[in-house]
Structures are given as structure tokens and as C-alpha cells.
Design a binder for this molecule. Structure first.
Ligand code: ZN
Length: 246
């Protein structure tokens, strides 16, 4: 069964066709949610990529409001750049080198020009997730994830090595990580309609301002598995991203 619906769009500069993919809506419930708001299905991020670097001419453009004929569901006659060639700017981030390259792309875009608040929030949120990718699923370094038999020793130990190295790289980049979150916080407080549910307490928790995170969580209207987990981790002074459901 195909997990995605394909759509097609054109680079406004060189008119090359690119294939986009939307996860089939019935599968969204099977996705994994992380505390920073990133949602993964089958290891693929479900948030649509709005900023594109054309694989043909290198032009950078936004796909904000999909309207035909710029975007179409019908496969065009012409040659099409497949999703993998432009998604995440063509980066293969199965290793830490790729993950750092993705961070550098977002940093470059943010430095290169200024954006309206909505776009800047989008880019900074993706930059936040990209930093967290360096040590996402950090719990897998524990022996029990090998011992439960889901992974062979070889797969588990190389994944573990990548996570331990990723954690070091994350700490090395902590200053820029915090700078990005500080700026994102300012933007989200100015534009509350752009906030994702519980995003603010999570940002404070990840910036290790645990008292502020607890204060905001105490104000939250209802207690859920998610808020309880965040409170627990704030109490433990643990600021690392974690898996909420999956
Ligand atoms: Zn192009």
C-alpha cells in the first residue's frame, strides 16, 4: 500500500517539476509524537517542507499556499525530480554529518535574509527540531533496547555510537540552540496564534528554565500523559527532547 499521496509543483525560476508527498491522512494516528512537536511516521517527518532549494537550478523558494496549476495532483508529462532529491535539501541524515548539514542549511537561510514572523517561526521551529535530531531517542543508548530483541547487536551498537556522538555535538552547539529558542520564544509570544499546544513550556524546559516550565504547566487546562511527563522531567531537571507517543 502506498503511504503517501504524491503532488507535483514547479520551480518558479527554471520551471523544473518536483514531486511532493503528503502522508495519507488515515496514517497520521500511527505516527510518533515527540515533546518538541515533531511528528514522525516511518522515520519521515510529517510536517510539509515549505522552503525548497530547487535541485535543478539552486533557486530557493517557498511553497506556502498550494494552488493549481503551480501545484497539481496529476503527474506531468515532463521529467520530475523525485521527492528524495530535494526533501531536506537532498541531505541524507542517517548520520550526524547529515544532521549537522541540515542545521547549517537552516542557519544559512535565517542569516541570508529576514522573513515575516510566520516564516521565521517555521524556520526556527525546524531548526530547533534539527538540533534535537542529534540526540532524539537518546533512551536507545540503554542496554534494555538491545536486550528486548528489536535490534540486532550490530544495529543497536552503531545507533548507540551515533547517539553518543550526537549528544556531544548537541552540547557543542548548545549556545546556538539556546539563541534559536530565545528568538522563537519572542516570536511565539508576540504571535500566540502560531503556537502549537504546550510549545512554550517545552521550550522553557529545553532551555533548562525548569521553574518557568512548571509554572506554565500548572496553568495548563488539563492534565494529560504529556503534561505529566513534562512535569516529571522538569522536576528531574532533564531538558532533553523525549518521545510522547509511539
Ligand atoms: Zn529551478
Amino acid at each position: 500500500m502506498l503511504k503517501y499521496d504524491s503532488y507535483y509543483f514547479q520551480c518558479p525560476c527554471c520551471h523544473a517539476w518536483l514531486e511532493g508527498r503528503n502522508l495519507k491522512s488515515e496514517l497520521v494516528n500511527e505516527a510518533i509524537l515527540y515533546s518538541d512537536g515533531k511528528v514522525l511516521y516511518d522515520n519521515y517527518i510529517t510536517t510539509r517542507q515549505k522552503m525548497i532549494l530547487c535541485p535543478s537550478c539552486g533557486h530557493v523558494f517557498w511553497v506556502e499556499n498550494p494552488t493549481e496549476p503551480f501545484i497539481t495532483w496529476d503527474k506531468p508529462e515532463a521529467a520530475v525530480y523525485s521527492w528524495n532529491t530535494w526533501r531536506f535539501f537532498g541531505i541524507n541524515f542517517s548520520d550526524n554529518k547529515g544532521k549537522l548539514a541540515l542545521i547549517n542549511h537552516y542557519q544559512y537561510f535565517l542569516k541570508k535574509s529576514s522573513y515575516d514572523p510566520k516564516k521565521e517561526i517555521y524556520l526556527r521551529r525546524l531548526l530547533w527540531w534539527a538540533y534535537n535530531d542529534l540526540h532524539r531517542n537518546f533512551q536507545y543508548i540503554r542496554w534494555k533496547y538491545f536486550l528486548n530483541g528489536f535490534m540486532s547487536y550490530g544495529v543497536w551498537s552503531s545507533y548507540r555510537r551515533m547517539l553518543l556522538e550526537g549528544e556531544k555535538l548537541f552540547l557543542k552547539n548548545l549556545k546556538s540552540f539556546n539563541e534559536n529558542l530565545n528568538r522563537l520564544l519572542v516570536l511565539l509570544e508576540k504571535h500566540p496564534s502560531e503556537q502549537i499546544d504546550l510549545e512554550l513550556p517545552e521550550i522553557y524546559r529545553e532551555m533548562r528554565q525548569f521553574d518557568k516550565a512548571k509554572e506554565l504547566l500548572d496553568q495548563a487546562s488539563s492534565r494529560t500523559h504529556f503534561t505529566n511527563q513534562m512535569l516529571k522531567r522538569s522536576k528531574w531537571k532533564d531538558g532533553r527532547v523525549f518521545m510522547v507517543t509511539g
